[in-house]
Ligand binder design. Structure first.
Ligand SMILES: C[S@@+](CC[C@H](N)C(=O)[O-])C[C@H]1O[C@@H](n2cnc3c(N)ncnc32)[C@H](O)[C@@H]1O
Length: 324
């Protein structure tokens, strides 16, 4: 297995990329480069998915690195278990939300970790399975749950929520200007239980505006964000993740949505400042002390080559911060 030290990163990251399975996770090399896995290091992948990034972190931290991998989706965990089996007991995988990070670390007796990854949103495995209801390209039940034991599904929101509530979430989390029209059309077409049915309702009332996005893209995104409490989970977890890092440890977050990226940017920027008083205040009264250094002032985005190979990478943004 490949050994890696922080000093030979460019060389070893490219070797790691070669070792990675054919289905490449988004910004794979950039994540390995940012988290600098080393032997003896402890890492958390809070959004394990099929384990692509996790495999890179384990390979990069040979022979003594350990990884805790979390995912709420049992199907994802099964895939990751198979993929990470060669790493034996160096990988600890668990069905849990990353919002429970402190208790997961306490269970392992880990006081601090060297790197944490959050690769947000749905995996392509989830998108590509019509039964999960994430995609309007194939017909399936309007489900959209990452965690199948979550009681809230997209069907419930679409059929039970009031028109105004629907319009508000589609506008806010889908950033969809036609939210009101879409919400009205959904309510008059109830019951709405299938992905293609919902997409057709939206197509009828929401013109394409020449964009390359399908008219249903933003509404589906809004529903998914609400079903899975995605923004609340991220907001809650950013400080927990920072607390879990040891000095020099790094948190890397890949987001696919402007609201997620803004949460990460604002949090990293605030925590990297010694004072967070309003600028017009002449004397500092907040007593805030910087606890992190922003490794990326601007987000890292995929290369054209990566986007050509994997169109889902198009909107990815990576931000990295280091604990002081
Ligand atoms: C984009 S995929 C990760 C792909 C992964 N990096 C890879 O290399 O295959 C995101 C994963 O995060 C999971 N997820 C979403 N919200 C979660 C949460 N709150 N806690 C744990 N896992 C979550 C999803 O089920 C999905 O499998």
């Amino acid at each position: 297995m490949l050994q890696q030290t922080p000093n030979d990163l460019p060389h070893s990251t490219s070797k790691l990329a070669e070792m990675a399975p054919s289905h490449q996770p988004v910004l794979y090399q950039e994540i390995i480069h940012a988290l600098r896995p080393k032997s003896g290091g402890r890492y958390v992948d809070g959004t394990l998915g099929a384990g692509g990034h996790a495999a890179g972190l384990l390979a990069g931290s040979e022979p003594g690195g350990l990884l805790l991998g979390l995912d709420v989706d049992p199907q994802a965990l099964n895939l990751a278990r198979q993929r990470l089996a060669p790493f034996g007991e160096r990988a600890w995988l668990k069905k849990a939300t990353y919002t429970t990070l402190p208790s997961q670390l306490a269970d392992l007796g880990w006081n601090s970790v060297d790197g944490i990854l959050l690769d947000l949103g749905a995996s392509s495995i989830q998108f590509d399975n019509p039964e999960r209801g994430f995609s309007f390209l194939a017909d399936g039940p309007l489900d959209m749950r990452f965690d199948p034991s979550n009681p809230l599904t997209a069907t419930e929101i679409v059929n039970m929520w009031q028109e105004k509530e629907l319009a508000d979430i589609i506008f806010r989390f889908g950033e969809e200007p036609a939210a009101r029209r879409i919400a009205k059309a959904i309510v008059s077409a109830r019951p709405v239980e299938r992905t293609r049915q919902l997409a057709a309702i939206i197509e009828r009332v929401r013109p394409r505006h020449g964009s390359h996005h399908h008219p249903a893209t933003q509404t589906f995104q809004a529903l998914r964000i609400i079903v899975n409490s995605e923004l609340e989970s991220l907001e809650k977890t950013l400080p927990l993740a920072m607390q879990a890092l040891g000095p020099g440890g790094r948190l890397a977050v890949i987001s696919f949505h402007s609201l997620e990226d803004r949460l990460v940017k604002v949090y990293f920027r605030q925590e990297s400042k010694d004072c967070i008083c309003p600028p017009e205040q002449p004397v500092c009264t907040c007593g805030h002390k910087a606890s992190v250094k922003e490794v990326t002032r601007r987000p890292i985005t995929p290369t054209e080559e990566e986007i050509n190979q994997n169109s889902r990478a198009r909107s990815a943004k990576l931000r990295v911060a280091e604990k002081l």
